[in-house]
Write a new protein. Structure first.
Ligand code: ZN
Length: 252
């Protein structure tokens, strides 16, 4: 099961009463982490900041790290709990793992409340086989070197975990997401719903990818709260993992 911020942890945050009040007032969606959640500074007070985060190797674990140094393993792995979230989908890749799907529904509802725009799912789960065809198409069109900056090689895509969602503002291409009102809202707020904007601007040397404001990765709110409070922009840093700017040389 994915880690969540349980009530017992939230109660250790200063301002828990404010969190409750905000939730009752309806300004914080159920399941979201509120603004007032701050680490407890008292000696012995537990906080999400004191936890050490280690990446999972099991692709079924929501804390799995997938990047150019860590492929999905076993290579042909597929999730067994894929569902269609109640969010408008733009294509055939309209499924996510159940917990990620529920979180995306909450994110989309809150985004629409805040911006008036519909958030849509451009691409969710993609099989290793589909990624193979997609990557081959990009290599044909742009060359391998360029393709590697924006498309994962087969076996190295977070989309294969069922925990990654490319999202868009309804009516605009997902590639313009960063310039939309919804995109700006998501950049600020996605962490409250357990999503990381996985490939932020300025982090290509760490993540291996040019900025993708539309590519969200579900890890659960415990880790995203940590990343938010610790001002840690990438999963690699949150896990204390080495940067993964490139694939290991294959020798041919
Ligand atoms: Zn993506």
């Amino acid at each position: 099961m994915p880690p969540r911020v349980p009530v017992t942890v939230l109660q250790r945050f200063r301002g828990a009463a404010v969190v409750g009040a905000l939730a009752i007032a309806g300004t914080v969606a159920p399941g979201a982490v509120a603004h007032a959640a701050l680490p407890d500074p008292r000696p012995g007070g537990e906080s999400v900041l004191s936890r050490t985060w280690t990446p999972a190797l099991d692709p079924a674990d929501p804390l799995v790290l997938v990047n150019k140094a860590h492929p999905v393993s076993p290579a042909g792995w597929a999730p067994d709990d894929l569902v269609r979230p109640d969010v408008t989908a733009l294509g055939e890749h309209d499924r996510l793992r159940a917990d990620a799907a529920r979180a995306l529904e909450r994110l989309a509802a809150a985004a629409e409340d805040a911006t008036g725009h519909e958030l849509v799912l451009a691409s969710g789960y993609r099989s290793a086989d589909y990624q193979r065809r997609l990557y081959a198409r990009y290599v044909d069109a742009h060359g391998r070197r360029a393709a590697d900056t924006f498309s994962a090689r087969p076996g190295f895509s977070e989309h294969q975990t069922g925990l990654a969602a490319d999202v868009a503002e309804a009516g605009t291409s997902y590639t313009r997401f960063g310039r939309t009102e919804t995109g700006r809202w998501v950049a600020d707020q996605a962490w409250r719903y357990g999503f990381v904007v996985r490939y932020p601007k300025g982090e290509q040397a760490v993540t291996g990818y040019s900025p993708e404001p539309w590519h969200l990765r579900y890890v659960g709110t415990a880790l995203t709260t940590f990343m938010h409070l610790a001002d840690t922009p990438t999963l690699e840093e949150a896990f204390g993992a080495a940067p993964a700017p490139d694939y290991a040389p294959t020798g041919g």
